[in-house]
Design a binder for this molecule. Sequence first.
Ligand SMILES: Cc1ncc(COP(=O)(O)O)c(C=O)c1O
Length: 386
Amino acid sequence: MTYDLNALRAREFPWTERGTNIYLNNASTGPVPARALNAMMAFNALRGEPFRITDADEFDTVQRTRELVARLINAAPTEIACMVNTTYGINVAARSLPLRAGDVVIGYDREFPANVYPWMALERDGIRTVRIPTTAAGLPDEERLMSALDRPEVRVLAISWVQFATGYRSDLVALGRRCRDRGIWFVVDAIQGLGAATLDVKACNVDLLACGGQKWLLSPWGSGFLYVRDELARTLEPHAVGWMSMHASQDFARLTEYEFAYLDDARRFEVITLPFQDFAGFNASLALLHELGPAEVEGRVNALADVIVDWAALRDDVRLVTPADRAHRAGIVVLVPPDPAAASERLNRAQIAHAVREGGIRLSPHGYNTKDEVQRALAMMVGEDD
Ligand SMILES: Cc1ncc(COP(=O)(O)O)c(C=O)c1O
């Protein structure tokens, strides 16, 4: 299928046709496309008349999610567990990896809290968390993090792929290779990258990767997944035990023939019942991304981010927080104009959705946005809109 931006906007994001709102806040919550809204409504219609729902409607839906996600990140469906948000997946990693007192979990400072608190909670068991300070420019210090991985007490590297407040994108290939060489578990939060950029978990040697659907995957709240590398998916002990995580629960006619034996794949980490209607929406949005082509979407997001970066390079009065080079950014670009509060106010008045994060204006265009929308936002931000 060719990528027809006008058709995409008209069909999946009809509100863009009204021309009243510009949405450049995909890093907070992505819009759910029409096909996913329809899928959820259809599922909810069944829910209103549950005699029309079969077990297959429920369980084929989550199986389809595992397949669509696996294809997106170069994993096997057996390595995908359906999760209701990112944080739960990070907690699975924090609670299931066999850590002991004295072990160190390392990451960046100024991370989104979902990558901090689940690990800090282990401190009462003597597991230490170390946060590598940012560079003078306030960006993650990837080089320093890389050297810190040589310390023998480091057992886990836990980072988000793309940082929420700076848009900095880490080099997962290089970090993953170092982790694998040192026997360190590599845990990644992909929510600010996946959908805007493409990802291959095998090439990056990721062990566990958590991602909610609600941002760049344009999916409902309550949808998400956890990737668990095959060997770990078969051997890690889940911290929360789902009734369907067991072999013995697969036959609903014999549920009380208990036998404590986990499934041999990532489903052992799922805590059923899941919001199937949200996963029906997730599937529709994932199918849309597959149809458009994840690499094609990535190219378009990059091109829109370039517009912002190139514009900032020509101005003395606006500071670009996000790295200018494409390798170190994805869909988030953060700027500090002379008066950020006034700039945000102007954008709000013009109904241009953005976010204010850590003192900067965060713009996060997606593949359905236009260059014109981005340019209008930039002009409005500095009061040059006429
Ligand atoms: C890096 C990062 N991780 C996680 C989240 C959200 O986590 P959850 O899906 O658990 O709400 C966000 C944003 O809200 C984020 O920016």
